[in-house]
Design a protein around this ligand. Structure first.
Ligand code: F6P
Length: 318
C-alpha cells in the first residue's frame, strides 16, 4: 500500500500520541503517504481528514491524550454511515487504516474491514481489558497514577488513623484496581471479579485497629461499588474515621510512562508494517512482551477475564 490513514477512537489514553508518531514515521520512512483522521470515527464520517508529515508528530511522544482528537461514535453502528466513512477514505486514494482504541473501537475497525478496506488495530485503553493481548496502551501510565495516589493517601490515613477508600476506573474490568491494589499494598481490593463480604471486612479492620494498626487502604473498582456509598457503610460499621477519594479522569491523563512509550512505538511500527504488507482484519497486541497478531473479530467479540492469580495474590499479601 502507498496511501494509509490513522485514527484514535473511544476514550483517550496516555501513549496514543506515541503510537501515532510511530505510525507516521514508519510510513514516511517507507515513502508512504499518511493521513490523520480527526475525532475518531466521527471525523471519518464528517470527512475531517488531513495529511500528516514527520514533523506533524514532533514534540508528541511525551504528551498524554491524542492530538488527533477522539470521540465515541454510536453512529458508526449504522451501515450508511460506515459506507460514507469508506467513501471519504477512497476519494483520497487511501487504501488502509490503522485504528487505536478499546474493544468497541476495534469492533468498528472489524466492521470497516468487512467493507473491503484494509484495517488493522492497536489496543489502547487504560483498563487493559482487550481480549487477546496482555497489554493495552495507557494501562501502565494509569496504573502508576493510581499507585502514586495510594502512596499519598496512605501517608495521611496513617497520620490520622483513618480508613481511606479510593475508587478507580475500569467499568466491568477489575484489572486497574487489582494491579494497583497489589502494587500499592492495599489492605483490600474490591473488584467486579472478586467477591467480598462487607461485614467480614469491617470486622477485620476493626480488629486490626484494636491491635494497633494505623491505616487501611481499600481500592474500589468502579464496577464493584460506589466508593462514596461504601465509605459511609464502612465508617458506620467500623466506627473508624473514614474518607473517600474518587480518582476520576486524572487516571486518563498525563505523560506516558517509559513502558507505554516503548510499547506504543513497537505496536505502532509493527501495525504499520503489517498494513503495508497487505495484512487486514488484525490487531497487534503483546503476549509476554512479544508482538502478536490477533484477528480483530476475536479481539472485538471475546471478553478478557482477570487473571485469578492477581485476586489470590492481593489477598495473600494484604
Ligand atoms: O477509558 C475507560 C473509562 O475511563 C472507564 O474506566 C470509565 O468508566 C469511563 O472511561 C469514563 O468515561 P467518560 O470519559 O465518558 O466519563
Amino acid at each position: 500500500l502507498k496511501n494509509i490513514a490513522i485514527l484514535t477512537s473511544g476514550n483517550d489514553c496516555p501513549g496514543m500520541n506515541a503510537a501515532i508518531r510511530a505510525v507516521v514515521r514508519t510510513a514516511r520512512h517507507d515513502g508512504v503517504k499518511i493521513w490523520g483522521v480527526r475525532n475518531g470515527y466521527k471525523g471519518l464520517i464528517r470527512d475531517q481528514i488531513e495529511e500528516l508529515s514527520t514533523r506533524s508528530v514532533g514534540d508528541m511522544i511525551q504528551r498524554g491524550g491524542t492530538f488527533l482528537g477522539t470521540a465515541r461514535c454510536p453512529e458508526f453502528m449504522e451501515a450508511e454511515k460506515r459506507q460514507l466513512a469508506l467513501e471519504n477514505l477512497q476519494k483520497r486514494g487511501i487504501e488502509g487504516l490503522i485504528v487505536i482504541g478499546g474493544a468497541g473501537s476495534l469492533a468498528g475497525a472489524w466492521e470497516l474491514s468487512k467493507l473491503g478496506m484494509n484495517v488493522v488495530g492497536i489496543p489502547g485503553t487504560i483498563e487493559n481489558d482487550v481480549w487477546g493481548t496482555d497489554y493495552t496502551i495507557g494501562s501502565d501510565t494509569a496504573a502508576n497514577t493510581v499507585v502514586d495516589a495510594i502512596n499519598k493517601l496512605r501517608d495521611t490515613a496513617c497520620a490520622h488513623r483513618r480508613i481511606i477508600l479510593i475508587e478507580v476506573m475500569g467499568k466491568t474490568s477489575g484489572w486497574l484496581a487489582m494491579t494497583t491494589g497489589i502494587a500499592g499494598g492495599a489492605e483490600y481490593v474490591l473488584a467486579p471479579e472478586a467477591k467480598y463480604n462487607l461485614d467480614r471486612m469491617c470486622a477485620e479492620i476493626r480488629e486490626s485497629y484494636e491491635a494497633g494498626k494505623r491505616y487501611s487502604i481499600i481500592v474500589v473498582s468502579e464496577g464493584a461499588a460506589s466508593a462514596v456509598e461504601l465509605g459511609k457503610q464502612v465508617g458506620e460499621k467500623t466506627e473508624i474515621d473514614t474518607r473517600v477519594t474518587v480518582l476520576g479522569h486524572i487516571q486518563r491523563g498525563g505523560s506516558p510512562t517509559v513502558q507505554d512509550r516503548i510499547n506504543a512505538s513497537l505496536l505502532g511500527e509493527k501495525a504499520t508494517l503489517g498494513l503495508l504488507n497487505g495484512e487486514s482484519g488484525i490487531m497487534y497486541g503483546l503476549d509476554t512482551g512479544t508482538v502478536v497478531e490477533i484477528p480483530l473479530e476475536e479481539a472485538a467479540t471475546n471478553t478478557k477475564t482477570l487473571d485469578p492469580e492477581f485476586i489470590r495474590l492481593s489477598k495473600v499479601l494484604a
